[in-house]
Design a protein. Structure first.
Length: 405
């Protein structure tokens, strides 16, 4: 069978959301018969396999790959899926998200009628946590008919999607003083002002085309979102572009390598392609939402790989990509429960990262703040442990005195 697009769907314990994701493929206006759907299951322990089997029996264009051992990161299933691509174009879908109904048709039509190897659009960040439905959030953000709070993905360019707040600049997960400082000061410092189109009355950009990444580096101010994109299969496969073996920032490295190798990139600034769900319940915790030492460490390792990749290609604007990720890494570090040996290892790794990070004053400032933060947390932990040991020794002495009495 001749397909137009190969869609790779990595799955691990996704039985609660998988049907919604796969239904969004079936309902594509391009027609499901034109889509090769490659579902790669990373040895799930829930009912994911039952759901996958059911869809593969119902739809001829669906195929399943069941891994014999759990790899433990989405990079594995995605790389394996790439080996089975049959169509001239590639897309990705996470098992807990969904496509907009016209996503495949819009991207396919654009990439086949243009001189581009990557075409992408925007995503909706959808919060399902009812605890976020405060009066302030209801007033300031778009609320869907399903009582979901929806924000648009950040773009450096002025758009016509004014009913939605920006998911980065108007980050609702940052509250209190930090949230206010971010929304009013630091967000604007790191992301800059919205760029207006001088050729239109309203200043809106509908579409942005660049031949090479260096032609307009402001597209890097959007988060990587590898699933909002359609890729020329030859670009990915002939250049052996793969996801590195880390559980975080693997998509960042994949996209940056694709950007460096691409002959033409198009950004559809006013077109929603993807629904990115923020699920905060305990049942919906993915490996990248469970803030463990491995996540904190692998995130830093992923940033280091990206930094090295940029240096390899002689790219001098790495901090546009990585500074926002370093800001997020501060949050990861603060939320993770780490012992001192882990903190010391992270400090060493960060110092190595900094030595290779090609950045300007903003990046240097961030790195200095992070190193001070880690050092302080190490010292604080040592003081805490010292006080704890002192209290223990005092209790033992008291017990000895009581026993003698």
């Amino acid at each position: 069978m001749s397909y137009k697009i190969s869609i790779i769907v990595p799955v691990y314990n996704g039985d609660k959301t998988l049907e919604n994701a796969l239904d969004s493929i079936i309902n594509q206006t391009i027609g499901v018969k034109n889509l090769q759907v490659i579902i790669v299951d990373d040895k799930s322990t829930d009912n994911s396999r039952i759901i996958i089997d059911e869809y593969c029996q119902r739809y001829e264009s669906f195929e399943a790959i069941y891994l014999k051992r759990n790899i433990g990161g989405a990079y594995g299933p995605k790389n394996i899926g790439l080996k089975h691509v049959k169509a001239p174009y590639i897309m990705f879908l996470d098992s807990d998200d969904s496509f907009e109904r016209d996503a495949c048709r819009i991207l396919y039509n654009k990439i086949t009628h243009s001189n581009a190897q990557i075409v992408y659009g925007r995503y909706k960040r959808i919060y399902t946590d009812v605890n976020l439905m405060t009066k302030e959030n209801r007033a300031d953000n778009y609320i869907s008919p399903n009582l979901e709070l929806v924000q648009k993905s950040h773009s450096a360019f002025k758009d016509s999607l004014s009913e939605y707040n920006d998911d980065i600049l108007d980050n609702i997960t940052l509250t209190g003083i930090m949230g206010s400082l971010w929304r009013n000061i630091f967000g604007r410092i790191f992301y800059g002002r919205t760029i207006k189109n001088p050729e239109t009355e309203d200043g809106v950009f509908d579409e942005i085309y660049i031949k090479r990444l260096e032609d307009n580096i402001d597209i890097l101010k959007s988060l990587p979102s590898f699933w909002t994109k359609i890729y020329d299969a030859d670009l990915i496969l002939s250049n052996n572009i793969r996801f590195p073996e880390v559980i975080s920032a693997e998509d960042l490295n994949f996209i940056m390598e694709a950007y460096f190798k691409a002959d033409g990139i198009i950004f559809l600034n006013n077109t929603f392609i993807y629904n990115y769900y923020m699920r905060d319940s305990d049942d919906d915790k993915s490996i990248t939402k469970d803030i463990s030492y491995r996540l904190v460490y692998d995130s830093l390792l992923g940033y280091a790989k990206c930094s090295n990749l940029c240096n390899k290609h002689g790219f001098e604007n790495t901090e546009i990509i990585l500074n926002p990720f370093l800001l997020n890494w501060i949050i990861l570090y603060k939320r993770a429960y780490l012992d001192n040996s882990q903190k010391i290892k992270l400090l060493r790794e960060f110092e190595i990262f900094r030595s290779h990070y090609n950045c300007k004053w903003k990046g240097n400032l961030l790195c200095s703040i992070i190193i001070k933060m880690i050092n302080r947390s190490i010292q604080k932990k040592r003081r805490y442990n010292k006080r704890g040991n002192k209290r223990k020794s005092e209790r033992y002495k008291r017990y000895e005195i009581d026993y003698e009495n």
